[in-house]
Ligand binder design. Structure first.
Ligand code: BES
Ligand code: ZN
Length: 659
């Protein structure tokens, strides 16, 4: 319900994207010394081995990146220079392996001081180094292998000159018409999980953390922002500098360029957005400061100094992305009444779970998302009250159950086996909602005070580290299970993390606020309650619950509801989504103009994929889906295109993962 589902492709039961998902990196295909990507994929999983990166992290570890990027909005290309500072852990290692995908590498050079040709001690000379690209893998891209002479230097630097390709999966280039302001082109990155390698050659694995500096050159009429220290008051002149002093994993490096304005919402918070939406956004997100304060009270200090929000163009494929210091947020959460701001609580919560303590590999994603869903609930309860948080938890559980019903048992586990699969295509509710239930279970068993103290200790202990599921379990055993023996057994924990389904000892959320909704629905369906006689004091979560559990309706019933409550024209994107699903299911034509408008303006997969799926169930609906999709597709993000292709043109989508 709350999750975008590229997973729709493989795990949400909508179809398959055989081409991308099924292709294994053939064993023995590469001779490079990498990690999991190269290892044979049979046998037991090795926790901590990143099967989605070629980087040889046991030999080299990047500590700092320096980026110099020229963003050409007209030609849709980034020409870049990245300098990687790294430590050589293995003095015998002479091949540095970086991840790349669809990049053109122009030159690789190494920083050499005091070599022949340098005129003074401090002068830096860059010496070209031999390099080659390995055969590309459809999911992982190509390993860039750089030959290095042996060295005992503490820190070394390599510079790579490169350019991106128009098919870079992490970049969306929008024409002026596709933006809210309609005057300037826009570029943004969405790199999690393995997209950074499509715009920067680097060790693209979450277990490497690096600080970064960047200079970004654009035309002077646009502004660049990054997941780093930004200067909100800085001049708009086409030259921008950034610095991220905390070490972060590669998937959190983010960039956006466009006609972006800034409005402060507090001393350490503010909103970046295009002019037409900035006022509404600043109003909608006026409570960010209160959210940060409650996060700090519960989980320990906020360690990223500022927290700003960048409101994305409507085609942004997901709800939000926790880019540090600057969350990227879909405009579809601006409902006018703060009813959808749990997305903000979620992305902010990642400042602790995810950005401070990070999943070591994509198998461990639940450490990011499950913890964050739990933290999100706690922040929502603190700022908006327990009832709101419980309603959202019940809706989340409903989504988990519906989603799980479509998943194979092995994909219902928290620590999921993603070997030979595109992690982009295997997302489901499981790491989120089952992860949240797991933490809720621990909280219930040990009591909130002990669990809160445990969480604070966990964030302190692993601050700025990337950890595996097993490292978490070790910490949990030492600091909770063994400290309060007889409360929860190792077997129970094992079932939660490695078993399918929802364990029977789960503590399920309930909300009294849904009782009158159930009663009203039943009475209304039975003709015992007139339309307009209920719901006057309902909040949007209650309406979502009301609509989500509706059986088939006749046209008179739909028209009645629509006239009474104005669903067709609602400005709440989630309610619109629920309503439009009902409208399609029951062929309620008066909503179809809105449906068409919705599908052609919004690119958030979670909202539009279910509508296309519903349309495809009848021949008339399929014809409509194809017609609207033809119009909408050029404005969608590559991930949205991949998801909707698989629904609308399943056979054509197979085997092609280009756009
Ligand atoms: N980090 C995720 C988005 C993500 C996860 C992108 C994995 C790629 C791979 C982000 O924090 C997220 O979970 N977004 C949710 C919103 C949220 C309120 C659950 C989304 O976009 O649906
Ligand atoms: Zn998240």
């Amino acid at each position: 319900m709350r999750r975008f589902c590229v997973a729709a492709l493989t795990l949400c039961g909508v179809g398959t994207l055989a081409g991308a998902a099924a292709q294994a990196p053939a064993a023995g295909q590469r001779a490079v010394a990498g990690q999991g990507a190269v290892a044979a994929s049979q046998g037991a999983i090795e926790p901590g081995l990143d099967y989605h990166s070629y980087a040889n992290v046991e030999q080299f570890r990047t500590t700092h990146l320096n980026l110099d990027l020229q963003v050409d909005l007209d030609n849709k290309v980034i020409t870049g220079e990245v300098t990687l500072e790294f430590k050589r852990l293995d003095p015998g290692a002479t091949e540095l392996v970086l991840d790349t995908k669809n990049l053109t590498i122009n030159d690789v050079s190494q920083k050499a001081t005091d070599v022949l040709g340098a005129t003074s001690k401090s002068e830096t000379i860059w010496v070209s180094r031999p390099f080659h690209m390995e055969k590309p893998d459809p999911i992982l891209g190509s390993a860039l292998v750089i030959d290095l002479p042996p060295s005992r230097k503490k820190v070394e630097s390599i510079r790579v000159d490169y350019e991106t390709s128009p098919s870079a999966a992490a970049l969306q280039w929008l024409t002026p018409k596709q933006t809210a302001g309609r005057h300037r082109a826009f570029l943004y990155t969405q790199s999690e999980p393995i997209g950074t390698r499509t715009w920067i050659p680097l060790q693209d694995t979450p277990q490497i953390r690096a600080t970064y500096d960047a200079r970004v050159h654009t035309s002077p009429d646009v502004r660049a922002v990054m997941s780093a220290e930004n200067d909100p008051k800085g001049k708009r002149n086409g030259e921008y500098s950034f610095s991220m002093p905390q070490p972060i994993p590669s998937y959190l490096i983010a960039l956006a360029v466009g006609d972006i304005k800034f409005q402060a919402t507090g001393p350490r918070t503010g909103v970046y957005a295009e002019k037409p939406v900035i006022k509404a956004a600043a109003k909608e997100f006026a409570n960010i400061e209160a959210m940060i304060a409650s996060g700090e009270k519960l989980f320990g200090p906020y360690r990223w100094s500022r927290y700003d929000i960048l409101v994305m163009p409507p085609s942004f494929p997901i709800g939000g992305m926790e880019n540090p210091r600057l969350s990227f947020i879909t405009p579809t959460v601006i409902a006018g009444d703060k009813s959808l701001v749990s997305v903000i609580a979620h992305e902010l919560a990642h400042s602790w779970s995810g950005n401070l303590v990070t999943n070591s590999t994509w198998r461990d994603l639940w450490l990011n998302e499950g913890f964050t869903d739990y933290l999100e609930s706690r922040i929502m309860a603190a700022v908006y009250g327990d009832e709101r948080a419980s309603m959202e938890a019940v809706l989340g559980l409903k989504a988990l159950r519906e989603n799980m019903a479509t998943l194979k048992p092995q994909d219902q586990v928290l620590a999921i086996d993603l070997r030979n699969r595109d992690p982009n295509l295997v997302f489901s509710e499981v790491p989120y909602e089952k992860g949240r239930l797991f933490l809720k279970f621990l909280e219930a068993k040990f009591g909130r005070d002990r669990f809160d103290a445990f969480l604070r200790g966990y964030f302190d202990h692993f601050a700025f580290q990337s950890i595996t599921t097993e490292q978490f379990l070790g910490y949990l055993k030492e600091h909770l299970l063994d400290r309060f023996p007889g409360t929860v057994s190792g077997d129970q924990i094992h079932e939660w993390v490695y078993g399918p389904g929802i364990p029977s000892d789960a503590v399920l959320p309930v909300s009294a606020a849904f009782e009158p909704v159930d009663a009203a629905r039943t009475a209304w369906l039975g003709g015992k309650l007139a339309t307009k006689k209920f719901g006057l004091d309902w909040v949007p979560q209650q309406w979502l619950y009301f609509l989500g559990d509706m059986p088939a309706l006749n046209l008179a019933q739909l028209a009645d509801l629509d006239h009474a409550y104005g669903f067709t024209r609602t400005q709440n994107a989630e309610i619109a989504d629920s309503w439009l699903k009902l409208a399609i299911r029951n062929d309620y034509q008066p909503s179809f103009a809105r449906l068409e408008d919705y599908l052609t303006t919004i690119g958030r997969i979670k909202l539009i994929a279910p509508l296309y799926t519903q349309l495809m169930k009848t021949p008339a609906g399929a014809a409509l889906a194809k017609r609207v999709y033809a119009k909408a597709r050029p404005g969608y993000h590559p991930d949205t295109v991949a998801a909707i292709d698989a629904i609308v043109n399943p056979t054509a989508a197979e085997g092609s993962n280009d756009q």
